[in-house]
Structures are given as structure tokens and as C-alpha cells.
Design a protein around this ligand. Structure first.
Ligand SMILES: Cc1cc2nc3c(=O)[nH]c(=O)nc-3n(C[C@H](O)[C@H](O)[C@H](O)COP(=O)(O)OP(=O)(O)OC[C@H]3O[C@@H](n4cnc5c(N)ncnc54)[C@H](O)[C@@H]3O)c2cc1C
Length: 376
């Protein structure tokens, strides 16, 4: 049985946030920045955040040229631009909150590798640059074929490179540790190892059930934000969120590694970057979409073999390298590319940001979620 002290001091908060990834923590920060008097409790199931936020590639990006052309075709030019602006403003907010040094934010630019079949994309470059001019006040994308030799890519396959000077990279682990520290400093309480099983809105308050070994603890709050990304349907099966697993590998340090920056290949299906003399390489989900539509953290040998083959033949041809290890992360995809906030129950707000670009989008979405949850 719980003591009176436990009941009175640990089980209630004005606002409970479920999920301690970048979105949950950003939301907690935004609430406290605007309303320091409100008590905020984050419940995270992992010992440390165990979702996409600690497993991603650390690209501070807003879309490659081929991706923005595809988005403009599907969403229309205005919506494509709106999405870019949200990502760009989200990155600015993250920077303002944590500072570049704490995240090891590095401005090496972003590069998209084009094959012969993709060279036609250049007919859209001027239009996309014109559309983005209002945000960046200069040309964003331009052709930089000399980089193929500079970085040592396979010239038989890579026929051009599109450079974007505004894209950057950060150290995901440092960013998340800095965000946790910031959240604590604002007076937010974070409980880890706290997996939420169920949420019930009773009218006056919201009950949040947490598994604790054989026991169940019941927390209560006036309002609840659910930021569990691909795991949202476990609490609210009616929510239209699909999981997408991403396979990632990292090499051992490579002496005199030439490539530096964030790289996109095959319309964004593959991505790689330098990290402390290593190459981090992920993607290939499109090869086996059905198997990868899962929340299970398991290796997909077919995709990992494809990554190894592309690494050896396209990215590091003739450069000796060894794979150090691999990991998986789970993304959440909504029906549209846009982030959304829904209310599955009264006083319960569920948000999904990010469709694979949450580093950029989460700070801004957290701000919007904080405004909604603290409003009348
Ligand atoms: C391999 C990979 C590479 C990526 N690369 C990039 C990139 O380079 N740039 C970029 O912008 N984005 C990238 N992303 C996407 C980005 O990481 C996500 O969009 C972002 O981290 C989502 O943040 P989140 O807080 O919404 O979700 P998450 O980080 O998934 O956080 C959800 C949290 O909820 C917790 N949780 C789940 N269920 C419960 C429960 N029942 N009770 C309590 N806690 C629970 C989880 O443990 C987790 O910590 C990548 C994603 C992956 C998987």
C-alpha cells in the first residue's frame, strides 16, 4: 500500500506528459517557460528516453531538393513552403533553448547525391529556390559536382551533388542530455521506467495508469499530453499513426575520412553523415516497407546488407572500412506530412510531429501543444 506521503507528493500534477522524447520534453519546457507556477510531470517508460529521439541521425534539416519537389507536387507549393518554415523555425527554437555548443551543432551543409536518372530534377531548382527565398534570403540549392571527387564517391553512379548551405548536423545524444537538463532546470519532474498502460478522462481529471512490477500506480492530472510517437495507438487505437522502423549502421573510425556533412541519397530513402571520423548510414526502408511497419526493435538483415553494399560501392569505394555496430529506431507517420494535435479524450491532447523529421519540428510543435494544453 502507498503511504500518505507518496499519495500526496508523487501521484498528482497539473499536467502530465507521457513520453520523454524531444517532443514531450520540448512541450514540458514550453509549459514551464510560459506558466512556471504549473506542476508538470513527464512519465517515460525507458531508463532514459527510448524512442526515436535518442536513435536518430542528428540531421538538422528541412528537406532535400528532390523531397521538396515531391512535396510541392503532392501538397502544393504553399503547403510545402509552410512545412519548410515550420522545420526552420523549430530548429531556431531548439537552438535558442539549448545553444549550439551544448548540441555540438555543426554547419557543414547538406548534400544530395544525384544519379543519371535523377538529373532531371534540376529543371525545378530555380522555382524551389525562388519559393524558399522569402525564408532564407538567398539561394538554398545549387549544383556542386566537384564535391563528388572531393568526398570520394563513386563517379559511375553519382553524377551530381546538390549543396544546401543551411543544413547542419548535431550530436543527438548531447542534444537530448541538454534538453533533459533544461527540462529539470525549469522545475519539471521526470520519472523514468514509468510505462503508461492506460489513460481515462473522468470529466474533472485524467487518470494515468502506470505499471510498476506487479502493481499499478494511478497518477492524476488536470490535463495530459501524449507524446509517444509511433506508440500512440497502444493507448488510443483509433489514432491514425503508422510505425516505420529505421535501420542504422555506424563504421569504426576511418583514418582521413574525407566526407563531412549530412547526405541524402535516392530521394531521401538513404541518409549518411560523418560523426567523429566515422560514417553513420541509415535508410532503405523502402526495400521492405511491410516488414518495417512495426514497433519491434529488430534487425532487418536484408536492409542492413543493402546498406553495407551501398556503403562499400557508392559512398566509400576503395576505402577500407569496418562496420562497428547497428541499431534500429521507430518513427511515427501520420496521414499527412504535417504535424497534428488531436484530443482522443476530454483534456487529453495527443501530438505527432514528425514523419521522420522531429529534430526540426518538435520544438515548435511542443510550443503549440503547450499553448493548447494550458489554454481554457
Ligand atoms: C533511425 C532514425 C533516424 C532519424 N533521423 C532523423 C534526423 O536525422 N533528423 C530529424 O529531424 N529526425 C530524424 N528522425 C526522426 C526523429 O528522431 C523523430 O521525429 C523524433 O525523435 C520524434 O520525437 P518524439 O518525442 O515525438 O518521439 P520519441 O523520441 O519516439 O519519443 C517517444 C517517447 O515515448 C516513450 N513511450 C512510448 N510509449 C510509452 C508509454 N506507454 N509510457 C511512457 N512512455 C512511453 C518512448 O520510450 C519514447 O522515449 C529519425 C528517426 C529515426 C528512427
Amino acid at each position: 500500500m502507498l503511504s500518505i506521503w507518496e499519495r500526496q507528493s508523487f501521484l498528482h500534477a497539473d499536467i502530465i506528459i507521457i513520453g520523454g522524447g524531444i517532443l514531450g520534453l520540448s512541450t514540458a519546457c514550453s509549459i514551464k517557460e510560459q506558466h512556471p507556477e504549473r506542476s508538470v510531470l513527464v512519465l517515460e517508460r525507458g531508463i532514459f528516453p527510448a524512442g526515436a529521439s535518442t536513435k536518430n541521425a542528428g540531421f538538422a534539416c528541412f528537406g532535400s531538393l528532390t523531397e521538396l519537389v515531391a512535396d510541392a507536387a503532392v501538397l502544393g507549393e504553399a503547403k510545402m513552403l509552410e512545412l519548410v518554415e515550420k522545420r526552420w523555425r523549430g530548429l531556431a527554437l531548439l537552438d535558442q533553448r539549448l545553444g549550439e555548443e551544448a548540441m555540438d551543432y555543426q554547419h557543414h551543409g547538406g548534400f544530395e547525391l544525384l544519379t543519371e536518372a535523377q538529373m532531371g530534377i534540376h529543371k525545378h531548382t530555380d522555382l524551389i529556390n525562388q519559393l524558399l527565398f522569402s525564408l532564407f534570403q538567398m539561394e538554398v540549392f545549387h549544383s556542386a559536382p566537384s564535391k563528388i571527387t572531393e568526398f570520394g564517391f563513386n563517379k559511375e553512379i553519382v553524377k551530381d551533388i546538390v549543396f544546401n548551405p543551411f543544413e547542419a548536423q548535431l550530436d543527438t545524444g548531447k542534444m537530448m542530455k541538454a534538453l533533459i537538463a533544461k527540462t529539470h532546470s525549469l522545475g519539471v519532474e521526470i520519472l523514468t521506467g514509468a510505462e503508461v498502460d492506460a489513460v481515462h478522462a473522468t470529466g474533472v481529471r485524467v487518470e494515468v495508469e502506470v505499471r510498476d512490477g506487479q502493481n499499478h500506480l494511478q497518477f492524476t492530472a488536470n490535463r495530459v499530453a501524449v507524446c509517444t510517437n509511433a506508440f500512440l495507438p497502444r493507448l488510443f487505437p483509433q489514432m491514425n499513426v503508422r510505425p516505420g522502423r529505421g535501420q542504422v549502421l555506424i563504421t569504426k573510425p576511418i583514418p582521413n575520412l574525407r566526407l563531412k556533412g549530412t547526405f541524402h541519397y535516392d530521394e531521401g530513402f538513404y541518409y549518411f553523415r560523418n560523426y567523429n571520423g566515422r560514417v553513420l548510414f541509415g535508410g532503405g526502408r523502402n526495400l521492405d516497407l511491410d516488414t518495417e511497419a512495426t514497433t519491434e526493435f529488430e534487425r532487418n538483415e536484408f536492409i542492413l546488407n543493402d546498406l553495407k553494399e551501398k556503403l562499400a560501392t557508392i559512398i566509400l569505394p576503395n576505402i577500407p572500412h569496418e562496420i562497428d555496430y547497428t541499431w534500429q529506431g521507430i518513427m511515427g507517420f501520420g496521414p499527412l506530412k504535417f504535424p497534428f494535435i488531436e484530443m482522443p479524450q476530454p483534456n487529453v491532447f495527443a501530438a505527432l510531429g514528425c514523419n521522420g523529421m522531429g529534430v526540426a519540428l518538435s520544438s515548435l510543435l511542443g510550443e503549440e501543444l503547450a499553448e493548447m494544453i494550458t489554454g481554457n
